[in-house]
Design a protein around this ligand. Structure first.
Ligand code: NAD
Length: 497
């Protein structure tokens, strides 16, 4: 793809130009423009929502097997274009090619394949005569047009997490990717149609949050909004949806604790902390951000983490040896740098990093792997999401204190506990308030298991069969069996002799 006027909308099976402002799609690692195109305005969103509404009855009326078959074909088409998608995701997202090739794109394809099978396994309670005189059955019905809004950190994976359970269950979707990273989502929608999914089932509107995102959330034909992004924007989305009593699913920010007990394997924990903190440049809602280490092992853990950070290679994103790519943009990089500066001014010690590296292109949004200690628990760097390659390490004494510190932010998306003692790890799994607790690892995900938050990290689940709870209505059908015109319960209302 070269600089030029690219149609950034995909509506009803066709690429189109938007009618709103001009967008510049940039390579974060160099600052060079990849392409340009016109953003979607409220009118474009309206056309896309109508295309989705028109496609809904036909798609919802397909059998689960037919929808599953179409998703299998979609997975195959994506497999054939995996290399191209990984290269584009790496270029537009600023992420190392080995991450896009080894995690982003294979994860998406596995998700499509998972939902191809899951489409045929919607759950419900057993049909039975619960009243004694009626047969009760459960219908699980698609909701209608889903407005899906995705962030820029894993552009295609986040889009897939929103789109797949919705489409597998018979809904149709208007997806708004981040205006910074729409390119792979557009190909995703094109490959759906190439695989035989009818035009209009998946539409993409590329535009700003304030214009296209807000129009999508407020559109009266959008029956549900599925949002992944920051807690601040999630609050606005929920407020708009509440006005229309519209269902929302919110996957929001995180501030994952990484709890290391004194009997942990420190080599495993230190390696896990560095990989867990630096994955995708730390722009991962489940990234390890706060390492709490029991005091007898604290100094050794900090030393090991610092040594491992020294080995991380920063470089061009298309170099297969690069470990750490760029952040999403120069303004975001500057925001990360400012947070580290404020932490330093407030008394935190910068053990590693805390700088913009000087070995990378001037326009690239790079930041060094950064290790901080001596920060106060109530300080901004410990409490707020940084979304950069920054890990804070702090000591704790008792197990009670460690668990209390792990729970001491408003977020609750993911956490990990490190120990060889099953009683400690099971206690941590039970008492840490978050949607996922890893034991002796941090980051791995699987399509079969749910992802979603507690508290300010949102509610609802992505991935797994649990996600169907978000994208289906459960209807109870209760059929009378006796055919008697007079029923004992009528006596509650009138004397029926
Ligand atoms: P963001 O909230 O700024 O934007 C997310 C999306 O919302 C974008 O597409 C944006 O254009 C759109 N948007 C912005 N304002 C809007 C509005 N008023 N109405 C409707 N849509 C609007 O988030 P971001 O900076 O793109 O992504 C980073 C954030 O996403 C982090 O907070 C991260 O933790 C979170 N995230 C969460 C998960 C999860 O599963 N919980 C996964 C990935 C990212």
């Amino acid at each position: 793809m070269s600089v030029g006027d690219t149609p950034l909308q995909y509506i009803g099976g066709e690429r189109r130009h938007g009618a709103a402002e001009w967008l510049s799609i940039v390579e974060p690692a160099t600052g060079v423009e990849i392409t340009t195109g016109a953003a979607a305005g409220a009118g474009d969103v309206d056309v896309a929502v109508h295309a989705a509404a028109e496609a809904f009855p036909g798609w919802a009326g397909r059998t689960p097997a037919e929808r599953g078959e179409a998703l299998y074909r979609w997975a195959e088409v994506l497999r054939g274009r995996a290399g191209e998608l990984a290269a584009l995701e790496s270029r537009n997202g600023g992420k190392p090619i080995k991450l896009a090739e080894g995690f982003d794109i294979p994860g998406v394809i596995d998700n499509v394949a998972f939902f191809a099978g899951a489409a045929r396994h919607l759950d419900g309670k057993a049909a039975a005569e619960y009243s004694g005189e009626h047969t009760s059955t459960i219908r699980r019905e698609p909701i209608g047009v889903i407005g899906s809004i995705a962030p820029w950190n894993y552009p295609l994976q986040m889009a897939a997490w929103k789109v797949l359970p919705a489409v597998a269950a018979g809904n149709t979707v208007v997806l708004k990717p981040s205006e910074l990273t729409p390119l792979t989502s557009l190909i995703f929608a094109e490959t759906a149609v190439a695989a035989g999914i009818p035009p209009g089932v998946l539409n993409v509107v590329t535009g700003t949050g304030a214009v296209a995102g807000a129009a999508l959330v407020a559109h009266p034909l959008v029956a549900m909004v599925s949002f992944t992004g920051s807690t601040a924007v999630g609050r606005q989305v929920a407020a708009t949806a509440a006005g229309a009593v519209k269902r929302v699913h919110l996957e929001l920010g995180g501030k994952a604790p990484f709890l290391v007990f004194d009997d942990a394997d420190l080599e495993a924990a230190a390696r896990g902390a560095v990989a867990g903190a630096l994955i995708n440049g730390g722009q991962d809602c489940t990234a390890a951000t706060r390492a709490y280490v029991q005091r007898p092992r604290y100094d050794e853990f900090v030393r090991r983490v610092a040594d491992l950070m020294d080995r991380v290679r920063i470089g061009p994103v298309d170099d297969p040896n690069t470990d750490l790519g760029a952040l999403i943009s120069v303004p975001h990089r500057d925001r990360v740098a400012a947070m580290v500066e404020r932490a330093r001014a407030a008394g935190a010690k910068v053990v590693r990093g805390g700088r913009i590296p000087d070995t990378v292109p001037a326009g690239g949004a790079y930041y060094e792997p950064t290790l901080l200690t001596d920060a106060a628990q109530d300080s901004e760097i410990v409490q707020q999401e940084v979304f950069g390659p920054v890990l804070v390490c702090l000591p704790f004494d008792t197990d009670d204190e460690g668990i209390a510190l792990a729970n001491d932010t408003v977020y609750g998306l993911a956490a990990s506990a490190w120990s060889g003692n099953v009683f400690r790890t099971q206690r941590a799994a039970r008492e840490i308030r978050s949607g996922c607790v890893w034991i002796n690892d941090h980051i791995p995900i699987v399509s079969e298991m749910p992802h979603g938050g507690y508290r300010a990290s949102g509610f609802g689940k992505d991935m797994s069969a649990y996600s169907f709870e978000e994208y289906t209505n459960v209807k109870h059908v209760m059929a009378e069996l006796t055919a008697a015109p007079r029923k004992p319960w009528h006596d509650l209302i009138f004397r029926g002799d």
